[in-house]
Write a protein that binds this ligand. Structure first.
Ligand code: 0R9
Length: 619
């Protein structure tokens, strides 16, 4: 209920919670360094900040130390906040008490007023009194060690890479903060410190997306002393990228569903640029410019610091304070317009970019309209010629297999259930949608066949009510070419039909790589590891059993009956459902742009970083 589940994201939520409390102390100007340790067991963590230390004196009404109240009472932190203490509460801010309750062991160590205090907890209950363990202490601060409860979590292994990514983002959002990450599992250390703050963050994002800026200097605004003591940091830069990339944060926590601050930010961009173009007579007559045209190619970050943010939505990741929208929109608009007027070369480059995107949108709309005409249900005959459709018209029971190559398509066609399973073979090259405009995407024969077959349009015209199949299954060979095509199709879906992934309609089929026959039984193995597992199971039963093995070179080699029995039949097959982890959409976004974007060096870095994790790298 409090951490969104007991899987991997829930486990890491515990760390984000403790980390946010430490970052809050830094955001408020009392701490400058945070040390994070992943211990040797891989399943316990320690976080230390050098702030003031959680108060250890007796709580005025509860008559126990404030620290103990904080660690044993839900939402206790909120009651202590004064009106100027900015906290991440409301997002991760469920309180340290939740981390304590869900940990087998938690130890709090506080350095304050020249002494060191410690208290031990197990599953949320104190097992020692708060004890002064030293009469001296250098400096002040809070240390929390915790080991999540293995009886509660499905996995208790922390993911060092994910942690490091999040720690780095924290330091981009708090330019003066330094975070040291020690991974005792691997013996490595990383230090994160980005004095350039969000401006550096944005430059890094633009570079890793391989996007070419259309003007040199970004617009940067740091506005302190807004109404209600709020503070906002903003950076904006236009690039040639075919889409906008806006990241919003409140008190350093991502607001993935946006909200009033992001809406105000977008309004400000539109109004400032529109007014600048009007004033300087830069708008061509007869060309309607939309807000989307103005923001195409924009990389933008808005980080708002405010007391008492209110959040809404299922994941509480949308800011809901209504007064914020006009406050942000008004102040950013004035500053941005002034910036454009003071930097006419930049202003004109942006105006040219906006006009270019308006013209491209009109061209794309014409292309998309033609696809929509072709995909409308009344034109069923206009479905792609290569599609072997199913006879059912009920999307809930219908599936489409997008298959690599005509020969695999032939086997799949013979092995399928004609009522519920459609087959679409792909032959030509699938375009990399990460590096293409909608117009180019629609000109690609294979992708346009997919769009026509699915029937629900794409981009701004996507309408999932018209989706003709509720299972879209990618069926590729288990080799590097097959993986490549799957990756290209997933990139396309992610960029142009993301809701289809979010609704859980996209799957990857898992055809076997090996057939194993032993003692009159047939087994199917997905990969080498699976094969070894099966063989040792057979040998355990009888070590003299004769084993015969066949490796499939590709789907095309498989008999239709085999394909049916292993991969098509809903009762026997294994499918991987594609999802975008809510826990980190930012990382998903970055992974897609690193791996599929124009910047080859980002891919090179990725390969070098992960090369040791792969047994047989196929390059
Ligand atoms: C390692 C993780 N760090 C923390 O959890 C942490 C919480 C915290 C804190 C204060 C200072 N440092 C902290 N680190 C703090 C101190 C004071 C006032 N507000 C906050 C003070 O000295 O007066 N606290 C967060 C909530 C609370 N303290 C409080 F509710 F107990 F006051």
């Amino acid at each position: 209920m409090y951490i969104g589940g007991t899987g991997k994201p829930g486990l890491h939520h515990l760390l984000w919670e403790i980390l946010d409390n430490a970052v809050d102390e830094a955001t408020n100007g009392y701490a400058s360094q945070i040390d994070v340790i992943l211990h040797k067991d891989g399943r316990s963590m320690t976080v230390t900040d050098n702030g003031r230390g959680i108060p250890v004196d007796k709580h005025p009404t509860k008559k126990i130390p404030t620290l103990e109240v904080i660690l044993t009472t839900l939402h206790a932190g909120a009651k202590f906040d004064n009106t100027s203490y900015v906290t991440s509460g409301g997002l991760h801010g469920v309180g340290a008490s939740v981390v304590n309750a869900l940990s087998e062991s938690l130890v709090a160590t506080i350095k304050r007023d020249g002494a060191t205090w410690e208290q031990h907890y197990e599953r949320g209950n104190p097992v020692t009194k708060l004890t002064k363990i030293s009469r001296s202490s250098r400096g002040s601060g809070t240390t929390i060690f915790f080991r999540p409860d293995a009886d509660i979590f499905e996995t208790v292994e922390f993911d060092a890479e994910w942690i490091a990514e999040n720690l780095e983002i924290k330091t981009y959002l708090n330019g003066s903060l330094r975070i040291l990450f020690r991974n005792e599992v691997t013996g490595s250390r990383q230090e994160f410190h980005h004095e350039g703050g969000i401006e550096e963050f944005q430059a890094h994002q633009i570079e890793s997306a391989g996007a070419r800026p259309v003007h040199l200097d970004p617009f940067v605004l740091i506005q302190d002393e807004m109404i209600g003591g709020a503070r906002v940091e903003v950076t904006i830069q236009w690039t040639e990228a075919p889409r906008e990339t806006i990241h919003s944060f409140v008190n350093g926590i991502p607001t993935r569903d946006g909200g009033t601050h992001e809406a105000g930010f977008k309004d400000a961009i539109r109004n400032a640029v529109k007014s600048y173009m009007d004033t300087h007579d830069l708008l061509p007559r007869k060309l309607d410019i939309s807000a989307d045209d103005i923001r195409e190619g924009v990389f933008g970050i808005i980080n708002l610091f405010m007391v008492d943010p209110q959040f809404q939505g299922q994941t509480k990741e949308k800011l809901n304070n209504p007064e914020i929208k006009s406050m942000i929109s008004g102040s950013i608009r004035i500053e941005l317009e002034q910036f454009l007027n003071q930097h006419p070369t930049t202003g004109e480059a942006i105006a040219t970019r906006v006009i270019q995107s308006a013209k491209a949108r009109l061209a794309s709309r014409a292309a998309a309209n033609s696809v929509r005409r072709k995909t409308s249900l009344s034109h069923r005959l206009n479905l792609p010629g290569k599609l072997s459709d199913c006879s059912s018209t009920n999307p809930e029971e219908s599936e489409i297999f997008i298959v690599e190559g005509d020969s695999a398509g032939g086997s799949a066609k013979q092995g399928r259930d004609r009522v519920t399973q459609a087959i679409l073979p792909l032959r030509g090259k699938v375009l990399n949608a990460e590096q293409a405009t909608l117009k180019k995407v629609m000109d690609n024969k294979e992708l346009s066949n997919v769009v026509q077959a699915l029937g629900c349009g794409l981009g701004e015209n996507l309408d999932l009510k018209k989706l003709r199949y509720h299972k879209v299954i990618l069926l590729m060979d288990a080799d590097s070419d097959g993986h490549h095509i799957s990756t290209l199709l997933l990139t396309f879906f992610y960029r142009y039909m993301k809701a289809m992934i979010e609704e859980g309609y996209v799957f990857i089929a898992q055809p076997p790589l090996f057939r194993i026959d032993a003692a009159k039984q047939t087994y199917w193995a997905l990969d080498e590891a699976d094969r070894e597992r099966i063989i040792s199971k057979i040998k355990r039963k009888n070590k003299n059993t004769k084993i015969e093995m066949q490796r499939f070179k590709g789907l095309g080699e498989m008999m239709p009956a085999t394909l049916k029995a292993t991969t098509l039949d809903p009762d026997k097959r294994r499918l991987l459902q594609i999802s975008i982890p809510d826990s980190d959409r930012l990382i998903t976004e970055r992974t897609i742009s690193d791996l599929m974007g124009k910047d080859a060096s980002a891919r090179f870095d990725f390969i070098m970083k992960h090369v040791n994790e792969v047994e047989d790298l196929d390059v």
